[in-house]
Design a protein around this ligand. Structure first.
Ligand SMILES: Cc1cc2nc3c(=O)[nH]c(=O)nc-3n(C[C@H](O)[C@H](O)[C@H](O)COP(=O)(O)O)c2cc1C
Length: 170
């Protein structure tokens, strides 16, 4: 059975979805599977050893709307022993005061913050403020397909290597 569940919420077939697909490819089909948060259940969350949660930022600094229901599902699920990593899509040019804030909100509402791994450097991004920044790092992988699409591939590859070591899987 797959060990890693990737739960994503963004516009239909958009960048958050494509990132989930890319993560499955990097980890391999036999290790990872993806779920849209608009349909995913508590049982889906509980069956994995490791969780990756992805959202784009909408409105002004909000999670994608599909996360509104699922964030409550997360809070009720028995996931206290699982390592969790986050990724967020955003646009630092158009939304420099709320860059990847969707990821910041997911982090803020997570019941088990001590289980979060996959923190990511803020170097290489240009923005004024982000709720996803804690102690000088992003709480997960920040991706900007609007103004830095050329950096996405390398960022994902590096983050996956980091996660393999933090999840302690080969
Ligand atoms: C109406 C609207 C509001 C947005 N608000 C933010 C925001 O507050 N912060 C941010 O970093 N990006 C913001 N974005 C950019 C999206 O998060 C970004 O384009 C992302 O790649 C979309 O991913 P998706 O297609 O998977 O939903 C916004 C985009 C739109 C259209």
């Amino acid at each position: 059975m797959e060990k890693i569940g990737i739960f994503y919420g963004g516009s239909p077939k958009g960048s958050t979805y494509k990132t989930a697909q890319s993560l499955v490819k990097h980890f391999g089909n036999s290790h990872a599977a993806m779920h849209n948060v608009s349909e995913a259940t508590r049982e889906d969350l509980e069956k994995y050893e490791y969780l990756i949660l992805g959202t784009s930022a909408w409105g002004i600094g909000e999670m994608h709307q599909d996360w509104e229901r699922f964030i409550d599902v997360l809070a009720e699920a028995s996931i206290e022993d699982k390592k969790i990593a986050l990724y967020g899509l955003g646009d630092q040019i158009e939304y420099p005061e709320s860059f990847v804030d969707g990821m910041g909100t997911v982090f803020c509402r997570l019941p088990f913050k001590q289980n979060v791994v996959g923190f990511w450097p803020t170097k290489g991004y240009s923005y004024y403020f982000s709720t996803a920044e804690k102690d000088g790092k992003f709480v997960g992988l920040a991706l900007d397909e609007d103004s830095q699409p050329e950096l996405t591939g390398e960022r994902i590859s590096k983050w996956v290597s980091q996660l393999k070591s933090e999840f302690r899987i080969n």
